[in-house]
Write a protein that binds this ligand. Sequence first.
Ligand SMILES: Nc1nc2c(ncn2[C@@H]2O[C@H](COP(=O)(O)OP(=O)(O)OP(=O)(O)O)[C@@H](O)[C@H]2O)c(=O)[nH]1
Ligand SMILES: [Mg+2]
Length: 196
Amino acid sequence: MGDQFIVFTGRPNAGKSSIIRAVTGLKVDVGKDPGTTQKIMRYPVAEGLILIDMPGYGKSLRSSRGKQEETKDDILDFLELHAGSIAVAIHVVNVSTYLETEMRLAKKGFIPLDVEMVHFMKRDLGVTVLVALNKIDKGPKDYIEDNVEAIKEGLGPSIPVFPVSARTEEGVGALKEEVRKRLAIRGFQSPFEKVR
Ligand SMILES: Nc1nc2c(ncn2[C@@H]2O[C@H](COP(=O)(O)OP(=O)(O)OP(=O)(O)O)[C@@H](O)[C@H]2O)c(=O)[nH]1
Ligand SMILES: [Mg+2]
C-alpha cells in the first residue's frame, strides 16, 4: 500500500504549524507573520505515514494575488489527488478573529472560506476532518465563545471541533487523543514516537 497522510490546513497564520508542534512534537517552522509556510511541506513521521504542513489557504496581505491563487491550486490538487490516502485532516481556524475575518471578507464578496474548505474535504472528497479552533487564549472569553459558536453553526453538527490553544496547550490533549484514534483506525499505533 502507498503512503498515507495526516494533513493540516487553514488560512494563513491560523496556527497550523504551531498546532503540528503541539500535537506531534515535530519541529516545523512557525512565524509571527502570515506566509511562514510557503509551500506544501512533507515530513515522514512513521513507516508509511507522511505529515503535511500546508501553506495558508486564502487571502493574505503578504503575498500577491497570483501567488495566492497558485498556492490554492497546489493545495486543492494535493487534496484531490491524495483524498483516498488521507487518514485524517486537521483544519485549523484562528478562532480569535474568526467573525472579524469572515465579516470583512464577506463585505468584499468572498465566501466563508473555512466552512467551505471543511465541507469540500469531508463531503466532496470523503476525508475525515477535525477542526482545531485555535488561539482560544487570545482575547476576551466572551468574544472567543461567540466565535466558537459562530463557526460551529457554520460547520454544522457533524464536524468535530476542538477549541485549543497551541500557546497554552489548553485543549490540545483532547485533539491529540482524537488524532491518535483516527490514525490507529488506519493502522498507525504511536505514530509520532520517533519525531521528538
Ligand atoms: N496567542 C496565540 N498565538 C498563537 C497560537 N498558535 C499560534 N500562534 C501564533 O500565531 C502565529 C502564526 O503561527 P504559525 O503556526 O506559524 O501559523 P501558520 O498557520 O502555520 O501560518 P502560515 O504558515 O504562515 O500559513 C505565530 O506567531 C504563533 O506563535 C495560539 O494558540 N495562541
Ligand atoms: Mg505554517
